[in-house]
Design a binder for this molecule. Structure first.
Ligand SMILES: Cc1cc2nc3c(=O)[nH]c(=O)nc-3n(C[C@H](O)[C@H](O)[C@H](O)COP(=O)(O)OP(=O)(O)OC[C@H]3O[C@@H](n4cnc5c(N)ncnc54)[C@H](O)[C@@H]3O)c2cc1C
Length: 474
C-alpha cells in the first residue's frame, strides 16, 4: 500500500514525487517507458521555475547542466529585452535539454526516497472510499490512497476518469529535428534568417558542433500517425526555401501540433491530474513544462497534508481553484502568440503594433511577468497586493530566504520578533529578522513560497495558520 501512486515520470511526475517525499509520503512513480526520451529538445526554464529549483536546493546542479540566457524576447518571439529591475534574484532564462531536467528531478525524488518503476504503464484503475486500485499493463494490481495522473497530453488517467478535455484540435503541425547540413554555414545563414523573418515557423540554427536544429511547417506531410522522416524535412525545406540545404544524418526528428485543451476538473475523488495531463497548448513561449512543474509544486504539500492528516477540509480543493485559472491564462496567451506568428497581413499588423507597445515598460513587464509566471496572484481574499503572490528571494540574516525553504515547510518571517508559530512548529518554521528587506511587518509563507498572510497580530496569525496548516498540535 502506497500513499500516492503517480502515473508518469516526466518533469511533472518527478517534481511531485520529490515534493511528497519532503513530507515522508510513501510514493511510487510508474513510468511506461524503459529508456529516457531520445527526443532531446532544449526547453527554457522561466524565472518562477528557476526560483522553485532554488527553493528546493536544486539550482546549482541544474545550472551546471543548463545555459543561462537573457530573459526577454520570449513573448511570440518578439525581439525585446526584458525590462530593467525584474522582481527576482533569478532574472534569466535557463536553456536545458528536457531529458536532463527530467533526469535531475527523478534523481532528486529518488534521493528523497521515492520509488520509481520504469516499463510500467498504468492501464486502468478503480477508486473507492479508502483508496485506488491501479492496474498495470502486465495485469499487476497496486493499491494507494491517491493516484495522480502526470501522464502527459494523451493521459490514460484523464481518459479513464472521464474528465472532459475541451478546447481546439490542432490546426497546424510543425516538424522539428536535429541534423547535419550539407553546405557551409556562410552559404545558408543569410537565406535562413531571411526566411525566418518572413515566416516565424521556420528556423535553421546551430544546435551543437556540426548539428543544426530545423523547424518547418508540417503542412502537406501526410500520415500523422507515422513519425516524420528525413525526406519529409527535405520536402518541406524545398517548398519553403527552394533547397533542402543538403540536410543529412538526423539525430532525432519529431512533430508537434498546436492543439489547445484544458481539463474540466483537476480532481475526482482520490484521483488528480497535473501537467500536460491537465492542459495542452502550443510550445510557443516555452511554458508547458514550467506550468506542469508549478502544478506539482502547488499540489505536493497539499496532498501531503491530506495524507499526514493535518490538512484543513478544503485545502486539497484549492489546488484546482488556484491552478486551473493559471492554466486557462497560459492557454489564452499561447492562442494570442499563435495568432501573432501567422503570416497573414492582419496578424502581422497586430504584431507590429504590439512590438511598438512593448516599448512601454509596463506592457513589456506585464507580458514578461505572465510568461515567466512571476506575476501570478492567487485569490486569498482581500488584502495588500503581496497577499497571494510569491515572495521573491531576499537576503535574511541566515543567508537568503529561499535557502530556508528546502524542506518544503511553511515559514513565518517575523520582523517584529514578537510573534510565534507555537502549535504549528511541526509544519511551519519561524525566522525572526528585523533587518529583512520587506514591505510588511511579518509574512507567512506557504511551502510553495506564496504569501498566505501579512500582519503583526498574533490572533490574526493563528487564524491564518489554522486556515492553511490545520489545527494546532496539542
Ligand atoms: C517542440 C516543443 C518545445 C517545447 N519547449 C518547451 C519549453 O521551452 N519550455 C516549457 O516549459 N515547455 C516546453 N514544451 C512543453 C513540455 O515539453 C511539456 O509541457 C512537458 O513535457 C510536460 O511535462 P509532463 O510531465 O506533464 O508530461 P510529459 O513530459 O509528457 O511526461 C509524461 C510521462 O508519462 C509517461 N506516461 C504516459 N502514459 C503513461 C501511462 N499510462 N503509465 C505510465 N506512464 C505514462 C510518459 O512516458 C512520460 O514520461 C515544449 C514542447 C514541445 C513539443
Amino acid at each position: 500500500m502506497f500513499d500516492v501512486i503517480i502515473a508518469g515520470c516526466g518533469p511533472t511526475g518527478a517534481m511531485l514525487a520529490a515534493e511528497l517525499r519532503l513530507h515522508d509520503v510513501r510514493v511510487l512513480v510508474l513510468e511506461k517507458e524503459t529508456e529516457p526520451a531520445s527526443f532531446v529538445r532544449i526547453v527554457g526554464l522561466h524565472i518562477r521555475s528557476i526560483e522553485l529549483m532554488a527553493m528546493r536546493g536544486l539550482l546549482e546542479r541544474i545550472l551546471e547542466r543548463g545555459r543561462q540566457r537573457p530573459a526577454g524576447s520570449y513573448f511570440a518571439a518578439i525581439d525585446k529585452p526584458a525590462p530593467e529591475g525584474l522582481d527576482s534574484a533569478y532574472a534569466y532564462l535557463l536553456g536545458i535539454p528536457q531529458p536532463v531536467i527530467v533526469h535531475l528531478l527523478e534523481e532528486h525524488a529518488i534521493e528523497l526516497g521515492a520509488q520509481v518503476r520504469h516499463g510500467c504503464a498504468v492501464v486502468d484503475f478503480e477508486q473507492d472510499d479508502d483508496g485506488v486500485t491501479v492496474e498495470l499493463a502486465d495485469g499487476e494490481q497496486l493499491r494507494s490512497r491517491y493516484l495522480v495522473g502526470c501522464d502527459g497530453g494523451r493521459s490514460t488517467v484523464r481518459k479513464l476518469l472521464g474528465v472532459g478535455f475541451p478546447g481546439e484540435p490542432a490546426r497546424t503541425e510543425t516538424l522539428m529535428g536535429e541534423m547535419e547540413v550539407g553546405v557551409p554555414q556562410e552559404e545558408f545563414a543569410a537565406k535562413a534568417s531571411e526566411i525566418g523573418e518572413a515566416d516565424k515557423r521556420f528556423s535553421l540554427r546551430a544546435a551543437g558542433v556540426g548539428v543544426y536544429r530545423v523547424v518547418v511547417p508540417a503542412a502537406g506531410v501526410s500520415d500523422r500517425a507515422e513519425p516524420p522522416t528525413l525526406e519529409d524535412f527535405k520536402q518541406q525545406l524545398r517548398t519553403i526555401a527552394g533547397t533542402d540545404f543538403g540536410v543529412h544524418s538526423p539525430r532525432w526528428l519529431s512533430r508537434f501540433g498546436d492543439a489547445t485543451r484544458l481539463a474540466e476538473r483537476y480532481r475526482v475523488g482520490r484521483v488528480l491530474l497535473a501537467g500536460d495531463a491537465a492542459h495542452i497548448h502550443p510550445p510557443i513561449g516555452g511554458q508547458g513544462l514550467n506550468l506542469g512543474v508549478q502544478d506539482a509544486f502547488n499540489l505536493g504539500w497539499k496532498l501531503a497534508a491530506q495524507i499526514r492528516g493535518w490538512a484543513p477540509e478544503t485545502l486539497l480543493d484549492t489546488y484546482q481553484a488556484e491552478r486551473h485559472p493559471v492554466a486557462a491564462d497560459v492557454l489564452d496567451n499561447t492562442r494570442a502568440q499563435t495568432e501573432l506568428l501567422s503570416t497573414g497581413p492582419g496578424p502581422q499588423a497586430v504584431r507590429r503594433l504590439l512590438t511598438e507597445l512593448m516599448d512601454f515598460d509596463e506592457v513589456n513587464r506585464h507580458l514578461m511577468e505572465k510568461i515567466t509566471a512571476i506575476g501570478i496572484r492567487y485569490d486569498f481574499g482581500e488584502g495588500p497586493d503581496l497577499l497571494g503572490r510569491r515572495l521573491h528571494d531576499i537576503d535574511v540574516k541566515q543567508g537568503h530566504l529561499y535557502g530556508l525553504l528546502h524542506r518544503g515547510r511553511g515559514l513565518l518571517l517575523d520582523r517584529t520578533e514578537r510573534l510565534t508559530v507555537d502549535g504549528w512548529s511541526d509544519r511551519v518554521d519561524y525566522l525572526a529578522d528585523p533587518t529583512a528587506v520587506l514591505d510588511a511587518p511579518c509574512v507567512l509563507l506557504r511551502p510553495d513560497g506564496h504569501v498566505a498572510w501579512i500582519g503583526d497580530d498574533q490572533q490574526d496569525l493563528a487564524d491564518h495558520l489554522s486556515r492553511w496548516f490545520g489545527k494546532p498540535a496539542n
